[in-house]
Design a protein around this ligand. Structure first.
Ligand code: ATP
Ligand code: MG
Ligand code: FE
Length: 343
């Protein structure tokens, strides 16, 4: 079965072609991505209406590019998948509309996919795919969750953030440091020149006996630390603060992941979502995993943030698991708010 997948939940348009056969790991044949980051940069964040309009412009050219890269014909596509939610309503509607129109034109069914299930299953596209069961640390721009994953569609929430997501903590701290949007990668780069012990920032909920997170206080602590540095902090001071911020976020993520593994009795951790690209998170998790004989799996670096490959992959894995109900009447609705696990 060949699946063409569309991602358009936020500010990247992603398209991918995945082929799957029974009992085998689906194969990514090609994918293409257009990031709107530059367009939104001028506004310091994503402008929903601009995002929707740009998805309209990018979706079909990207689909053509993917087919060309894969050396495939549109007629080979058996199912057209798209991100049904969660995300920006207008942006989701574009992907759902394009996928449904294409499905109708081809006479092939469509399939709505949960964006977070896409992130969660994206490590199956890596050179070192995980095996079930595992604990998943889902760390993206909008979510921070620990889940027990027993199989495709079997997701048990163990804990989550009670306020900001980890990616949001990176982005908001970066903004305070004047690093633009999205700030995660920029903050991480600056942190490499800094002393992570220079500032004593809070590790919220670290010692609470649960698997929840809280990052809103961290951004306030960063703001206060910056104020104390006066109107014009030096580059070194900013790097030190970036390093200290990154250390605080990563320490909480690592310690809570270890707790989740311990409590669930599992030895395998899967990291997914944009913050999974963070090099310090990977370094610290790998170090502790080595010491304790744990396995950690990540998506390929380029597939940590939003992309079409993870959506086509999730569609393929749901189909293989017999959990997908492809839609043949081309009506669609999007789900801007949608808990993973709530069918
Ligand atoms: P969601 O998936 O929850 O709807 P999203 O799609 O916006 O949110 P992703 O695309 O998974 O989120 O990830 C984007 C986030 O990842 C941003 O907050 C970004 O700053 C962060 N991020 C990306 N790379 C890095 C990095 N190297 N270090 C830290 N954060 C990073
Ligand atoms: Mg994005
Ligand atoms: Fe995402």
């Amino acid at each position: 079965i060949t699946i063409l997948g569309f991602e358009s939940s936020c500010d990247e348009t992603g398209v991918a072609l995945v082929t799957c056969s029974p009992g085998q790991v689906p194969v990514l044949r090609a994918h293409a991505l257009y990031s709107q980051v530059q367009m939104h940069q001028a506004y310091g964040g994503v402008v929903p209406e601009l995002a929707s309009r740009d998805h309209v412009r990018r979706a079909l050219p990207l689909a053509r590019e993917v087919l060309a890269k894969a050396g495939a014909e549109l007629a080979e596509v058996d199912i057209v998948a798209y991100t049904q939610g969660p995300g920006l309503a207008g942006a989701l509607l574009v992907g759902a509309g394009v996928a449904s129109a294409l499905g109708a034109a081809l006479g092939k069914p469509t399939l709505g996919v949960h964006h977070l299930e896409g992130h969660l299953l994206s490590p199956f596209l890596s050179a070192d795919p995980p095996e079930f069961p595992f604990v998943a640390l889902l760390v993206s721009g909008g979510h921070t969750q620990l889940m027990r994953v027993d199989g495709v569609g079997q997701y048990g929430l163990l804990g989550e953030t009670i306020d900001d997501a980890a990616g949001e903590a990176f982005d908001k701290s970066a903004k305070l440091l004047g690093l633009g949007y999205p700030g995660g990668p920029a903050l991480s780069r600056l942190a490499q020149q800094g002393d992570d012990q220079a500032f004593d920032l809070p590790r919220p909920l670290l010692h609470q006996p649960n698997l929840d997170f809280s990052f809103a206080g961290l951004k306030t602590a960063v703001m206060i630390a910056l104020r104390k540095l006066g109107p014009v902090p030096s580059e070194q001071q900013k790097a030190d603060l970036a390093a200290s911020t990154e250390a605080a976020i990563v320490e909480v993520l690592v310690r809570k992941s270890l707790r989740a593994l311990k409590e669930s009795g599992l030895q395998r951790l899967v990291v997914a979502g944009g913050v999974g690209a963070n090099s310090r998170l990977r370094r610290d998790l790998n170090a502790v995993a080595m010491r304790r004989g744990l396995r950690v799996h990540y998506p390929e670096l380029e597939l940590c943030t939003d992309n079409g490959a993870m959506i086509a992959m999730a569609a393929a894995m749901r189909l293989q698991a017999g959990l997908a109900r492809p839609n043949c009447d081309y009506r669609f609705e999007v789900r801007p708010r949608w808990e993973l696990g709530a069918a």
